[in-house]
Ligand binder design. Sequence first.
Ligand SMILES: Cc1ncc(COP(=O)(O)O)c(C=O)c1O
Length: 349
Amino acid sequence: MNTQPPPPPPPSFGSQQMRAEFMLDPKYLALNHGSFGATPSKVFADRIAQMRMIETNPDHLVKVTFDGLLDKALVPVSCLLGLEGDLGSLVFTNNATTGLNAVLRSLKQILRSTGRYPKPTALKAQKILYFSTVYDKLLFAINYTCQNDGFLLFKSTLNIPFPLRTCFRSYDAITSLPAVITPSKNLQSFSESRNPDLLDAAHAIGQIPFDLSEIKPDFCVTIYTSGSTVGTNDISAFLTTHSALAFRAWIGGESAIQTYCHTLLLAAPKSLYASMATIAVPETPFVTPLLMSKVSVFLTREQNCSVYPFKHGGRYWVRVSAQVYLNEGDFEKLAELLYRVFYGELAVE
Ligand SMILES: Cc1ncc(COP(=O)(O)O)c(C=O)c1O
């Protein structure tokens, strides 16, 4: 018999109650979800519980339950991605950049193992295709691969057709800057020889319907941010340095701890883990490179507001992210704020 009480009705989108489900400062105009996400308190509580579970017996976790727990955690992700429990093609990576690098660093082996590695004489003809809207860290990885493995670069704007004579294609589901949805299904199928491709779907989950069983890229990376932690790398351990060092001081200090451990060891026996939009910045006399270089930090520090300003195609833009904890009033506040910044009413220091 199920003794669990039914869950309470959910708060409506954009309501104060919805906002209260998150841990965000109530006065913070949080319009940069696309960069770092935000964790609901309930999910955070679960994360703390998982962390506690790990700490109860790390050996048991690493040696016994690790793979099973990760597989279990991958099941709902596989369903979200249209893979219905097919775990064979799914792994967690620390973040999307790690996944992108893993694929590119293995490109030579991938081409070899699928019989598509070019003969040495034809090597220079082999190009890696990327688009002008590429995520910068992916471009770093592509450049590295070209320099190390002898491939050439082929940069394209999102114009089709692009050249068929490429050995590897990379493309986005939603480009980061500017935030636009690409026709990834069409891009993916546009190749004569069906050479491998890498779909950077970092922003796709939660923003657009995303079905890998339909798109079928060879490789894909995506980020499931809002359900895990702020950002995609778990930095919570780094942020505990103050409390950790205070604890060490409380129990006796560094020297006493080291002496004790050393002594103990000597005495021991010998056997001994598309909801973003891009808005154009008006070209007013106040919008200078200097102002644009400072505006992001200024807004965060002085106005408790976060957005993502950037330059693309020779002009300035601001990327804003919508989320269930935001409402129209938040965007009106942003519009007013940006107006004051770009029309010189606020001094950006
Ligand atoms: C298109 C795209 N790809 C990859 C990444 C990298 O994500 P991560 O920080 O998880 O490595 C980002 C980050 O914003 C992104 O926008």
